[in-house]
Design a protein around this ligand. Structure first.
Ligand code: MSP
Length: 576
């Protein structure tokens, strides 16, 4: 036997511990996590409205921010942004019958409308899932079998109220009588007495773990207002829930794997879409491992119960991780009533997109919507956001600063440090020495923080405040009256225009989160290459001022691709 000295054995042991740590950290580095964000999948019982577009716009802005961030970090991880359509259930069945179409054809038609709208508005999803796809049926069947194998499903009977519009079972206390008609207390939709044999899910069992996880992680539901509401509501979810319907009543859906006479409850079917996109049931695949759990499910406040209570309970019962965060938004109203297909007060996003462009409609929703509060739709606010911000503030700033009178060489002019102090950028009424370099330097960080908090309205406002400051710089220094044959005037003018271009360049990079094609046009005009459109490039501004080299100085302006965002007149606007 070999004789090993204790000193050698100790250092060898240390080495092997270090080696193991190294190998572990290496393998962890290799296992990257994609940023996975989802919208709800939309019911196809009628065409999309701006409430639907809002959820998609929030998710789109967040994923664009994540993309911008990853490009700068040269990170390997990808973005998975899923949306789609929820096509099963009684309400779709009835809507198809009303149009005398078979459900398949009916779903194809409306699902395409959602795709059309999203492409019109630049919603850059990476996967569009339809619950009628075979990959989804496979996921639902496996999920059901797993719940069953884990002892969470049993056969029972259900008797109670069912709202077909909301596709949900309700206890008596969740309903009320309005005009001699029993309706769901929350949505006001008609309910029907239902009595049938069903499979039930042991929610009473799984809910304990859901509660305990939320107690440990207060940011799992965001904003706090909705977290508090869920924590309060959890006490009412101690009973098991029905997760199937009799197939004779709801043939349009996925049959339960063990019993062809039952259809999987449409909400269970729908929620599983998030797993299908991640590659479930292949839980050993690289895709699934890097995608699940989802980083964010973005939802409207009317579907919190399904996402924040049922969904984590289903997942825990199936041995899977719940999503990392559920982000909830409030509603768009029309004359103070929730905009909804059933109330017939919806604003048609196709019509608005026709008048103002899909991208500008998305900008309006992001600029106007606040997660915590309902927002009343108004054409005045719409025109204000698209005209004031994008046409007047942004468009005018670019147009004025590239005019030959102000930029005779049609190049990114130099920054002359000695002139900077003589420029006036301070706005009247501001007591602090607010100068443009300071504002633009802080801009990327504040936009980032606001994107992480889903405060897109603040992020957009921060950008506009900088561009307004650039406009003020042009205006206050009366650049039109400077004589470029005078060296002093020329330097002053060049320095001012340099500051304006730096502001527009940084703003343009950040605006890619909100209005990618307008931002693209702006950056094209400033001749900023595709590689230079990252967050890092936004963070590196005013290099000459900081004693470094500015890579943009002296560069020819780019091709003119036309007006950034033409002004829209009230008379051009059609909303219904
Ligand atoms: N199909 C379900 C979701 C299943 S997800 C597993 C559904 N579909 S929906 O078409 O009715 O709603 C989709 C999204 O649009 C939800 O987030 C909902 O909150 C949102 N909106 C519908 N009307 C809305 C407004 N008036 N305002 C803002 N968003 C609203 O629920």
């Amino acid at each position: 036997m070999m004789n090993v000295s204790p000193v050698f054995a100790h250092s060898f042991g240390q080495l092997s511990v270090r080696l193991r740590k190294l190998l572990l950290s290496f393998s962890q580095q290799k296992r990257f996590k994609s940023f996975y964000i989802t919208t709800p999948i939309y019911y196809v019982n009628a065409s999309p409205h701006i409430g639907h577009l809002y959820t998609a716009s929030l998710a789109d802005a967040r994923q664009r921010y994540e993309k911008l961030k990853r490009e700068q970090d040269a990170s390997e991880s990808e973005i998975v942004f899923a949306t789609g359509t929820d096509e099963h259930g009684q309400k779709i069945q009835r809507a198809a019958a009303k149009q005398k179409l078979n459900p398949e054809k009916f779903c194809d038609n409306v699902s395409t409308r959602f795709k059309d709208l999203f492409s019109l508005c630049g919603i850059g999803y990476t996967d569009f899932i339809r619950t009628t796809e075979p990959r989804h049926t496979a996921a639902v069947e496996t999920f059901w079998n797993t719940l069953s194998d884990n002892g969470y499903i049993y056969k029972g009977s259900y008797e109670g109220w069912y709202s077909t519009q909301d596709e949900t079972f309700l206890s008596e206390s969740d309903t009320k009588i309005v005009n001699n008609q029993r309706v769901a207390a929350d949505s006001g939709h008609k309910v029907e007495w239902t009595k049938e044999e069903n499979y039930l899910f042991r929610l009473s069992e799984a809910i304990k773990e859901v509660r305990s996880r939320y107690e440990k992680n207060t940011s799992a539901i965001y904003p706090m207002k909705f977290y508090d509401a869920v924590m309060n509501d959890l006490q009412y979810f101690n009973e098991d829930i029905s997760i199937s319907r009799e197939r004779s009543r709801v043939p349009w859906g996925i049959a339960t794997p063990s019993d062809p006479n039952q259809t999987v409850y449409v909400w269970l079917d729908a929620l599983i879409n998030y797993l299908t996109v991640a590659g479930y049931p292949d839980t050993n695949s690289r895709r699934f491992k890097s995608t699940w759990p989802a980083d964010c499910h973005l939802i409207g406040q009317d579907i919190v119960k399904f996402h924040a209570i049922y969904w984590p309970a289903f997942l825990i019962a199936a041995g899977l991780e719940p999503p990392r965060q559920i982000v909830v938004h409030s509603h768009w109203l029309m004359k103070r009533r929730k905009m909804s297909k059933s109330l017939g007060n919806v604003v048609d996003p196709f019509k608005i997109a026709d008048s103002v462009s899909g991208e500008r409609l998305k900008y309006f929703l992001l600029k106007q919507g606040i997660l915590e509060h309902d927002c009343d739709f108004s054409t005045t606010l719409l025109l204000h956001a698209v005209n004031k911000d994008l046409s007047h503030t942004l468009g005018n700033c670019l147009n004025r600063s590239i005019a030959p009178k102000l930029c005779p060489d049609q190049r990114y002019p130099p920054f002359h440090s000695e002139c900077y102090g003589t420029l006036t950028s301070r706005r009247e009424g501001f007591s602090e020495p607010f100068d443009i370099i300071d504002m633009v330097t802080r801009l990327p960080e504040s936009v980032e923080t606001n994107c992480q908090r889903y405060h897109f309205y603040k992020g957009a406002e921060d950008i506009m405040a900088c561009v307004r400051e650039a406009n003020a710089l042009l205006h206050r220094n009366q650049l039109w009256h400077l004589d470029h044959s005078d060296e002093g005037h020329k330097k002053l003018s060049e320095t001012a225009i340099h500051c304006v271009y730096e502001t527009l360049r940084v703003s343009g990079i950040l605006l890619q989160i909100f209005t990618p094609s307008i931002a693209g046009k702006l950056l094209d005009k400033l001749n900023v290459s595709a590689e230079e459109r990252t967050l890092r490039h936004a963070r590196e501004s005013f290099s000459t001022y900081r004693g470094g080299h500015c890579p943009y100085t002296g560069r020819n302006l780019g091709e003119d691709k036309g007006i950034l965002a033409p002004t829209v007149k009230q008379s051009m606007l059609v909303i219904k």
